[in-house]
Ligand binder design. Structure first.
Ligand code: IMP
Length: 429
């Protein structure tokens, strides 16, 4: 049976929630493989609205949820989220949720460092979610992080805390922030242990079993390719790899079995936080997109920056991210605009380039080259087939397909679950 991997193809917030929920309803297992509680999406099922951040979406549909080793887990955030969705009537038990024993823990000191560093950056801040994501990944590659499995070994915790605090308290003191006490942290970890450990296991084994028995597995990415720590607009990125390949390394799964890779892109473009955004609009059209699209961050509530669809950027995300088909979301937000622009490349110091370069100053200096298309009269809202779309809306989608060199396999046309035009079922490969 084919699997599906879903990743964002822009800067996040592409409307993954609705698509992932629909796919999750058809999957047996849903796996998170990177990021942490910096991600956030809203799922509306019946009369309940679930705000998920760390939990795999499949839980809402009664499917097995797996949090892979590539995720950074704040135990407080995880336990609070479990309590919240349980209060809404969902069943979350060690039978329905499994957590990689080798996943990294986010501790309170990580959020403190994240915020202190952002404050010290001033104007140059990255605009992080302030949840300790970056510092936790730093500890992972520095080989000093505390992992889920360490909760079972109080002596390991104590030894690791010595090393962690030597590093972090020095840094916090240097930044003028409050330092952390070892005993307080140790007590906190020991209190989390009996609550977290029942969920822990080598998830790679369960995933291998699921693969061998033909279960449908959905890998649920967070953030998006342009926030990837290698391929994104570095340093204005998150601290994990967000490309499809990470689904394998972030869960302990065969890359050859990840299945169809679906990228999600809005019919326009948004970004939260700082960093380059060549097709950003600072005018009334930008504000209109923000208002119509309800463009406010799910996690932080910050207004999102809005702009035209950047085909050069999405083409790049498709190539580096391994995306085979695009889900284009929110096309109805463009209804009634007299004309639309699509960014097809950039000029930097007067020289044309078809891709966003890697260097920071070059990225900041990129001026979009636009192609202009007519807007459409009539509405795309709620359309459930291409035949129901205004002809100029179809032209817009077709032109984008040419420019990004990939098919738009699904088009979403409104907030309802069925406001969707599916050209190809991703589970059929
Ligand atoms: P961090 O992941 O909290 O370190 O934030 C780094 C950058 O990624 C900031 O620009 C955040 O706004 C952005 N970011 C992190 N998570 C998300 C997300 O789920 N959607 C959109 N942007 C995100």
């Amino acid at each position: 049976m084919a699997n599906v991997t879903v990743i964002g193809a822009q800067w996040g917030d592409e409307g993954k929630g609705k698509v992932v929920d629909w796919l999750a309803s058809r999957a047996d297992v849903v796996v998170r493989f990177q990021g942490g509680h910096n991600a956030g999406h809203t799922l509306v099922v019946g009369n309940q609205t679930y705000k998920l951040s760390l939990l795999p979406s499949g839980l809402v549909r009664g499917k097995l949820g797996i949090i892979g080793n590539g995720v950074v887990v704040d135990p407080d955030a995880l336990l609070a989220e479990i309590a919240r969705v349980r209060a809404q009537g969902l069943t979350v038990t060690p039978e329905t949720l499994r957590l990689a024993e080798n996943a990294i823990l986010i501790l309170p000191l990580h959020a403190a460092i994240d915020r202190a560093r952002e404050a010290a950056r001033g104007e140059k801040k990255i605009g992080t979610t302030g949840r300790g994501i970056g510092p936790a990944y730093e500890d992972k590659v520095a080989r000093r992080a505390i992992r889920v499995c360490d909760l079972a070994e109080p002596e390991t915790l104590s030894e690791k805390l010595d090393e962690l605090l030597l590093h972090h308290n020095t840094l916090l003191a240097g930044l003028g922030a409050a330092t952390f006490d070892k005993q307080v942290l140790l007590d906190q970890l020991l209190a989390w242990a009996p609550q977290i450990l029942p969920y822990a296991e080598p998830v790679w084994e369960r995933l291998d079993e699921a693969r061998r028995t033909g279960k449908r597995i959905l890998f649920e990415g967070a953030q998006a390719v342009m926030l990837d720590v290698d391929h994104g607009t570095y340093p204005y990125v998150t601290s994990s790899n967000t490309v499809a390949a990470t689904a394998a390394s972030g869960s302990g799964f065969a890359p050859s079995a990840l299945g169809f890779v679906l990228g999600i892109a809005k019919a326009y473009c948004t970004r939260v936080g700082s960093g380059p955004f060549p097709s950003e609009l600072h005018d009334a059209t930008g504000r209109l997109l923000g208002e119509r699209g309800f463009e406010f961050g799910t996690v932080t509530g910050r207004p999102r920056r809005c702009g035209w669809f950047d085909a050069a950027l999405v083409r790049q995300a498709i190539k580096v991210g391994g995306i085979q088909g695009i889900v284009m979301t929110k096309i109805d937000v463009l209804d009634g605009l007299p004309e639309l622009k699509i960014c097809t490349g950039y000029t930097i110091d007067g020289v044309y380039t078809p891709r966003l370069p890697a260097a920071m100053r070059a990225q900041a200096a990129a001026v979009p080259v636009y192609e202009t298309m007519p807007g459409w009269t009539g509405t795309t809202r709620g359309a459930r087939s291409y035949a129901e779309l205004p002809a100029d809306a179809v032209k817009y989608v077709r032109r984008i397909e040419e420019l990004i060199e990939a098919p738009v396999t699904i088009l979403t046309t409104g907030p309802e679950r069925d406001d969707t035009i599916m050209m190809r079922d991703p589970f059929e490969g």
